[in-house]
Every structure is written in structure tokens, then in C-alpha cells.
Design a protein around this ligand. Structure first.
Ligand code: AG3
Length: 284
């Protein structure tokens, strides 16, 4: 929590990263969670929820590019996309860069996160909330996916860690809802924590996704301010072809989409499915 001018992340009981807050821009209990936004000399503007760093201006591109371009370019022609969470708008911004996209529905529980990120982290959404293809719903993601009668080609869960409002987004009931509104050939991805520090999250998610999808797996990326090593992203689909799309095809799609990135490359995309042995052990 915010103390004097220091912000200590409280995600892990005996260790955490600390930030100097040059200036606190905003701090409130939204009714859903504790939200703070502050400036730091190294990371620019930083947003944290319930004691956990969510995003910083300097490294947000790593996470948002990997969460979006890996499923989108594996699919190749996603027209309808669903985002769960993602209030800062970074995921929405990247999804809207894909020319195949016709509509993006984003279901976020906390209006205040959206409003304050538009105000203090404007480059995250970069105008995406005004895009006519975007449809923003303020609602509970679990209810939404279970009640939804539409189907989506790609679903991206950009949640907090499994505590507070994010907890339900790691339950079997949520994953059943995802199955309900995912096209047969579509793909679901979700942030799944830092695998070295949160290995049990990998195991639990794998156990819960496996009965529902032909393929439950993970891919990875290293986000500097999600400390503790690589982050794993959950990957669930009935379409076994998606993970095996060739490098040449991914390159051709990436070029045709004409998207410029700072972390993502087609080779990084292919390589991200290679998992460290301890992660493979965790999902055996
Ligand atoms: N949501 C994921 C933050 C995860 C942090 N967890 C951790 N370090 N274990 C980020 C929101 C960005 N749009």
C-alpha cells in the first residue's frame, strides 16, 4: 500500500518490489478495489490495484503485445473479440490494430479504473475507448460470459491476480462461460501470473481448463514489473491448428496487418510456446 513516498508491492508475503512515488496522481477505494496511480522516475506513470502493480507506462507494451498479437495472429481472421477486464485500455488498443476486427466487446467491472486510466495513462487506450468498433460493458465478467448468446473468435482475459475482483476470473464457472461464448475454432488467452512465484496458479488453471478444451496450454513472456521471472499466459482452444501455424504464415499475417511492435515479433510468438521444464512439470 502507499506509505509516505514509497510504494511496496504486497503480492508476496516475504518479498516485493518497491517504487519511489514522485507524485501520487490519484488514490481511492473504488468500492471494488484499492486503486493508486503515481509517477516514478524509472517507470513513468504506474497503476496498482490492491497492492499489486498492474501496469507502467514504460513496460506495458510487452504484456499488451503478447496478450493480443499471439492469439490474434495465430487465429488470422478474428472478427469478433471479447476482452474481460483490461480497464487501462492497453489490450483494446492493440486489438483494434488488427484490420480483421469488426467489433470488440470489453467487459470491465470497475468504471473508475477506465476513467482514471483515460485521465492519467492516456497512451494506454490511445483513444481506443472512442473507437466505434468498441463496445464497453460495465459488468461482472463471469455473469457476462455465462449469459452471453454471442460467440467470439478470440477472448482475452486481462485480469488482476486471483484475489479480490479477479478471483472469480480463475474459476471453472468462468471457464465454462468462456467455452459457451467462444467460436468452435476460436482461442481464449488469460494472464496467469508469474510462474516461478505462482506455480500453483499454473497447475490450477491447467486442471480447470483441461476438461473443457481439447488443448489447454501456456505461452510465456517476461514483463519487467511483474517481478520474479517469466509470466505465463493461459491458452485454451479446441482448434489444435492454432498453436502450430508456421512461422512463415505468422510472418505473412503480421506483415499484412501492418502493425508495428516493440516486443512482439513472429519469432518471439513461435518461441513463446516453449515452456521451461518446471512449468511443464507443473502441468503434467
Ligand atoms: N493485469 C495483470 C497484472 C498481473 C500482475 N501480477 C503479478 N505480477 N503476478 C495487468 C493489467 C494490464 N492491462
Amino acid at each position: 500500500m502507499a506509505n509516505d513516498n514509497q510504494y511496496l508491492e504486497t503480492l508476496y508475503p516475504s518479498w516485493g518490489q518497491q517504487f519511489v512515488m514522485d507524485k501520487v496522481l490519484f488514490e481511492v477505494n473504488t468500492g471494488h478495489q484499492h486503486l493508486v496511480i503515481f509517477d516514478n522516475a524509472q517507470w513513468g506513470t504506474v497503476m496498482a490495484l490492491d497492492g499489486v502493480i498492474q501496469t507502467t507506462e514504460k513496460d506495458e507494451f510487452v504484456y499488451h503485445e503478447m496478450m493480443v498479437h499471439v492469439p490474434m495472429l495465430s487465429h488470422g481472421e478474428a472478427k469478433k473479440v471479447l476482452i474481460i477486464g483490461g480497464g487501462d485500455g492497453g489490450i483494446l488498443r492493440e486489438v483494434l490494430k488488427h484490420p480483421s476486427v469488426q467489433t470488440v466487446t470489453q467487459v470491465e467491472i470497475d468504471q473508475q479504473v477506465i476513467d482514471m486510466c483515460i485521465k492519467y495513462l492516456p497512451n494506454h487506450s490511445a483513444g481506443a475507448y472512442n473507437n466505434p468498433k468498441a463496445n464497453i460493458v460495465i459488468a461482472d465478467g463471469v455473469d457476462f460470459v455465462n449469459e452471453c448468446t454471442e460467440k467470439f473468435d478470440v477472448i482475452i482475459s486481462d485480469s488482476t491476480d486471483p484475489m479480490g475482483p479477479g478471483e472469480v476470473l480463475f474459476t471453472s464457472r468462468f471457464y465454462q462461460g468462456i467455452k459457451n461464448c467462444l467460436e468452435d475454432d476460436g482461442v481464449f488467452v488469460a494472464q496467469n501470473g508469474v510462474s516461478f512465484m505462482q506455480t500453483s496458479e499454473v497447475t490450477t488453471t491447467f486442471k480447470r481448463l483441461s476438461p473443457l478444451f481439447t488443448e489447454a496450454s501456456f505461452y510465456c513472456g517476461a514483463v519487467p514489473t511483474y517481478v520474479g521471472g517469466i509470466m505465463t499466459f493461459a491458452w485454451a482452444t479446441d482448434n489444435l491448428a492454432l498453436k502450430n501455424v508456421s512461422l512463415e504464415t505468422i510472418e505473412a499475417r503480421f506483415e499484412a496487418a501492418n502493425i508495428s511492435t516493440r516486443f512482439y515479433t513472429p519469432a518471439v510468438h513461435k518461441g513463446s510456446f516453449a515452456l521451461p521444464h518446471y512449468v511443464m512439470e507443473a502441468i503434467k
